[in-house]
Design a protein around this ligand. Sequence first.
Ligand code: DP6
Length: 350
Amino acid sequence: MSSTHLSPDPSSAAGSAPTKTTFRAHTDIAFIKYWGKKDEVLRLPENGSISMKLADLYTTTTVEFDPQLKQDVVKINGLVESGEELRVIQHLQRVRDLATQVSLPLATASARVVSNNNFPTGSGLSSSGSGFAALTLAATRAIGLRLSQKELSILARQGSGSACRAVCGGYVEWHDADTSEGSFSETLFPADHWTLSDVVVVVSQDRKTVGTSTAAHRTAGSSPFFITRLQRINQKILAVKTAIAEKNFGQLGQLIEAEALEFHSIMLTSQPAQIALLPGTIQVMHQVLQLRSKGIPCYFTLNTGHNIHVLTLPTHADLVADSLQQLPLVEWVVFTKTVGDPVQVSDHLL
Ligand code: DP6
């Protein structure tokens, strides 16, 4: 990471006393998916991606570095043994390494971390993206670092790829690059450029059947269609950016739905096959097609899990949500929309 902006935060206490910091970072929904990695350690994706940040699905994380503490203590969704603690501790170490470069007093301190999602974890709703974004923002601030937006994005990416986008707000682009320095995200358009509604449909709260995204990413290259995907991806990214710039919902919807189906085609044709779709997921897809045949503008997209996002215009959101809520295989729907940057909050979790 460049040291251009890497410096102690003059506004923070930056002493050796513990300072609690809490950030809330929203999840995003990828319009063009990050799928497959060029470099697994640095989390350099095979292609660039585009997403929209979501107002009502978020992770809140409090971090406190304390020189008196013997080791890092990590509590996620109320559990000390969440299965994710090792990955969190590795990320805390990246933050400590940066703090060591600028000789911050807390650079060798252990940390307490408490993190909660307000939505089901590990079910395809991008909890690792919002989780590692909130962790990056809270930990760097708590230790007394001041990083640029680009540096925060690069750092967050190393915890979880999609966190690279989740430190930004509105409509976000993660640039394709062969180096860690070049692989960061930026806001393409702020949230108030265009408010879209997203009806997030939960068909099961269970963890996804395909396991973690990290493991599933490794299978991408085994699909015979992956190369074709990569050959076409830059023109798709351009088309999505144009549709957002022109606020052309019909165009955007067609592109993101086709992208979601292409992405699942890659998963289905990988070795071993990654079958994430549940009966409820398919039921929602058919209902979206039905609604569209009646002139209601709505399009679906989904990640590696079974829960599914239905994008629509705010004027149609109630109708779309009501119609999906009534499906027998739908557990519940969360009604959300485009949102801006992550926020620092004063209600600490510890
Ligand atoms: C399908 O960011 O969860 O949601 O970098 O291994 O943590 P890791 O993977 P992760 O992958 C997300 C993949 C996706 C598409 C996307 O969000 O772009």
